[in-house]
Design a protein around this ligand. Structure first.
Ligand SMILES: [Zn+2]
Length: 319
């Protein structure tokens, strides 16, 4: 789980263990990916602060009481009370994290100093156009999405990666295309593919419900006969499934993910019908460098703990 109680404050980010949160008054949610929501359930009883899109997804997926969900507008700075009387307050500023629908970063400013929490993010220089960051605030602690914090983690922009995906599809005009994805994220790329190749994108009923909440262009369907591009879950891209799908129709799979970048072992190396494209919703190592050198925090704490990215997961080397 990639969340934490923020020390010496009464708030927490992406942290949903009630029993360990006796002194916590405010709970912030950066985005709806599973590794940031683990522990949330319909029985949750505390106020949650998040973006408007995340609020919709949160109520839909976890059946959280709407009265507990407080939306913060992207770009706004809001003063929030830190105690019951409202004598102690802090200011929270919300930034687009450029990650998945609804994903935001938080800047907390108060008696504890300045704390910037990225959650998961893909850096873009425009982030510093926001007047709060343009004024170069001093940042005491940066909680940084260190998913790809290793020199080996170099990959292209999402526009370039989308073009790589289009090139693969163009080279296979007679094939069905299966995209191996997670349940949330990369929807803009799917819309772009639908428009370029003039096809519906076939999804499961469950995914379609989420897509409807996101109010995206009408390019998605649950009718498997309606389009040649379809979305599956990553783990469904197996040798066995590829064989089965190819018995029905010629099929290739594309995995739009930078997860394998810089790793020694090359998964799917013996499966020429599976194409890995380093399309990333996280910052590359170079982008992390740019972000940190512009923000100039006094200290950095990694958001990703454990071994989800092997040695890279906890690494802040080469900072
Ligand atoms: Zn995420």
């Amino acid at each position: 789980m990639n969340g934490c109680l923020i020390p010496h404050t009464p708030f927490a980010v992406d942290f949903w263990k009630s029993r360990q949160s006796d002194h916590t008054r405010l709970f912030f949610l950066t985005h709806m990916h599973a590794d940031h929501t683990s522990g949330l359930s319909p029985s949750w009883k505390h106020p949650i602060y998040c973006s408007e899109i995340t609020a919709k997804l949160l109520i839909h997926k976890f059946d959280i009481a709407p009265a507990l969900v407080h939306t913060l507008e992207v770009g706004e700075s809001r003063m929030l009370p830190l105690d019951e009387t409202g004598q102690e307050t802090m200011t929270v500023t919300v930034f687009d994290a450029n990650h998945c629908p609804g994903a935001v970063m938080f800047l907390f400013q108060g008696y504890f100093g300045s704390i910037f929490y990225t959650g998961d993010f893909r850096y873009s220089p425009e982030m510093f156009d926001h007047e709060v960051l343009a004024n170069r605030p001093s940042i005491d602690v940066l909680y940084l999405d260190n998913t790809y914090c290793s020199p080996e983690c170099k990959f292209p922009s999402r526009a370039q990666a989308t073009q790589m995906i289009k090139d693969i599809i163009s080279r296979h005009p007679e094939h069905d295309i299966v995209l191996g994805m997670t349940m949330l994220g990369k929807e803009d790329m799917l819309v772009e593919l639908a428009k370029t190749f003039q096809t519906w994108v076939v999804v499961t009923p469950q995914r379609l419900e989420t897509l409807k909440l996101l109010e995206l262009p009408n390019v998605f369907t649950t009718d498997p006969e309606a389009g040649r591009i379809r979305v599956a879950l990553k783990y469904q891209i197996t040798r066995k499934n590829m064989e089965r799908w190819n018995q029905e129709r010629p099929t290739i799979a594309i995995l739009p993910s930078a997860l394998y970048t810089g790793l020694d072992g090359k998964p799917y190396a013996n499966q020429p019908d599976v194409h890995i494209v380093p399309y990333s919703d996280h910052s590359s190592n170079g982008e992390l460098h740019d972000f940190v050198s512009r923000l100039k925090p006094r200290s950095i704490i990694p958001v990703v703990k454990g071994t989800s990215r092997g040695v890279f997961g906890t690494s802040l080397q080469g900072r």
